[in-house]
Design a protein around this ligand. Sequence first.
Ligand code: TRP
Ligand code: ZN
Ligand code: CA
Length: 437
Amino acid sequence: MTLTVPRRVTAAAALAALALGGLTGTTASASPTGGTAVAAPDIPLANVRQHLTDLQAIATANGGNRAHGRTGYKASIDFVKAKLDAAGYTTALQTFTSGGATGYNLIADWPGGDPNQVIMAGSHLDSVTAGPGINDNGSGSAAILETALAVSRAGYQPTKHLRFAWWGAEELGLIGSKHYVNNLPAAERTKVKGYLNFDMIGSPNPGYFVYDDDPTIEQTFKDYYAGLGVPTEIETEGDGRSDHAPFKNVGIPVGGLFSGADYVKTAAQAQKWGGTSGQSFDRCYHASCDTTANINDTALDRNADAVAYAIWNLSGATTPPTGTVFENTADVSVPDNGVAVTSSVTVTGIAGNAPSALKVGVDIVHTWRGDLIVDLIAPDGSVYNLANRTGGSADNIQETFTVNASTEVANGVWKLRAQDKASSDTGYINGFKLTFP
Ligand code: TRP
Ligand code: ZN
Ligand code: CA
């Protein structure tokens, strides 16, 4: 098994070294590759269904719709936002104006992951004025909401950064998603490595359509469906008719799923997918009958699971291969009888918690090790003491400590802290290494 080791200086390590008068070593942080992919969870259909019931109740209480500029839209946004806030997301409401009314996009970021590699999933949350919009697009909205909540429940720590979005005013011409993309600085656009769109994924007479856009995203969805033994077709019911279009137009890789709108299911399609040929995939498309009764549970369940499958597989968390090493070899001088100093390594791409036998390699060059207090500091600030002025007048602390770090989330910035507590002898941190067994 080969590890590719991208070399980059961790900001914290560079700062620590600079503060002490110069960077003399090199800093490497390894991202593990070749580990076992973390399996996506099954998304409970009942939870997705409950979100649809709640969105239906919102429409019913607000004149029968959840359209842009109507009270039912804002209530829908507030409903989704409250769930995400409670689950630990960083949420932001983005406002815009369309047709004289204020519109809202909701953007929810899951803390962590590489900020330079963002995987996004989005769905429009507005309905047309004619009805409650439960298939179009409560279905996509509820599926990405439940996937976001599943990320939180799993304590999922992907390599890439995850962002979820609920768009306003799609039905008026992709207004909300265009607004978001137009206001995303060029430097931020290039960080978005994939945008996944979910618009109408529980159609009552369903087809299983995959967008034919970015090949990796498309293949990910096809793999999921191949695993179920369900055939798919390429989405052809109007390319660019949903919120992926603004992303695609600026060169962001896009993909998505669709279960059909007002096109008619052919005999061949009914043959392979069941349902009724000669009838629309969604006879209630943009109509008052697009209620909770206008959903095929099998399609909704499969597509919600496909959302999670794609999010997990495209965001790249792996359990580390044995012996994954994260190391910082930048020298950090330890001032004589002075302040504590630290050397940092950034652990990325490791699912879940740190191991119960985390190997902490300490290399401190010093002329009197009995002067030193040495601690390992976990990303959340928890302190594990490694040496407390032991060893008397002997030189150096060069040994590997085993730490039970199983209550700590693995990903994040780990620090080795050293402080010299007596005068005359001095030294430096020569290296700090974490090995995942
Ligand atoms: N809201 C979309 C629209 O009215 C629904 C739709 C139709 C769609 N065809 C599509 C969504 C193709 C995704 C892909 O245009
Ligand atoms: Zn739609
Ligand atoms: Ca000293």
